[in-house]
Design a protein around this ligand. Structure first.
Ligand code: FES
Length: 50
């Protein structure tokens, strides 16, 4: 998920991550090694098609 114009992102544990870019990509698959940021891992994991 791309987010534009954010100055910070708070994750589900309440940790605030400072944003220093105009656009950031948030991980929605929960497999990123750089949570809460997307690192592209979603491209290689198998989708659940149930
Ligand atoms: S959405 Fe999770 S790594 Fe990209």
């Amino acid at each position: 998920m791309l987010v534009r114009g954010a100055t910070s992102i708070e994750d589900e544990e309440g940790t605030v991550h400072v944003v220093d870019r105009p656009v950031v990509a948030l991980c929605r698959c929960a497999k990123s090694s750089r949570l809460p940021w997307c690192d592209g891992t979603h491209k290689v994991i198998r989708r659940d098609r149930s």
